[in-house]
Design a protein around this ligand. Structure first.
Ligand SMILES: [Zn+2]
Length: 167
């Protein structure tokens, strides 16, 4: 049985007891969270969020990529979120690699170079990286200036969030 089959089986149980069919498409707490995809962190749990509460946008690193910005813009303009939160975390996979080394390694492993993705967004300073993502979001012309954009570091050893203050 592949993992996908196991997941399908779990879904059968889930669907049998399903009670969330009436939730609104608009997040009840009017908040969108952009965070890393790290498997150790279930952000809904660590932020006290329930289905229907918030938009969760996740990618490797918790980076305000073009696609993450697309989601945040949709989140605010179409679905009425009024606050954004960005979370990076300690021991992130992207903290341990260098952009050019990763690219070279992949080209060697696969025997071919690739132009996409243009960036892996590897980084070596966690707090600086969070600040950079806040800046990317805040400076987008389609994200209104009144939307608060706050950034945090999640510690995978303690489960605690620490706010990254703007410089
Ligand atoms: Zn990560």
């Amino acid at each position: 049985m592949s993992v996908a089959d196991e997941l399908l089986k779990a879904n059968e149980t889930f669907a049998r007891n399903f009670k969330l069919g009436e939730l609104s498409v608009r997040p009840k707490r009017h908040v969108a969270v952009l965070a890393c995809m790290d498997s150790r962190i279930l952000f809904e749990h660590c932020l006290g969020l329930h289905p229907g509460d918030a938009h969760m946008i996740r990618n490797a690193g918790g980076i305000a990529t073009d696609d993450a910005l697309r989601s945040l813009i949709v989140s605010h303009h179409l679905l009425d979120t009024q606050e954004f939160i960005i979370i990076n975390h300690t021991d992130c996979g992207l903290l341990k690699v260098k952009e050019y080394e990763l690219r070279a390694k992949l080209a060697e492993k696969m025997g071919v170079v690739a132009s996409e993705p243009a960036h892996f967004h590897a980084f070596d300073d966690l707090e600086a990286n969070v600040r950079q993502q806040i800046e990317r979001v805040k400076s987008h012309p389609w994200i209104p200036k009144h939307i608060p954009v706050r950034g945090f570091v999640y510690d995978v050893k303690t489960g605690k969030l620490t706010e990254v203050e703007p410089k």
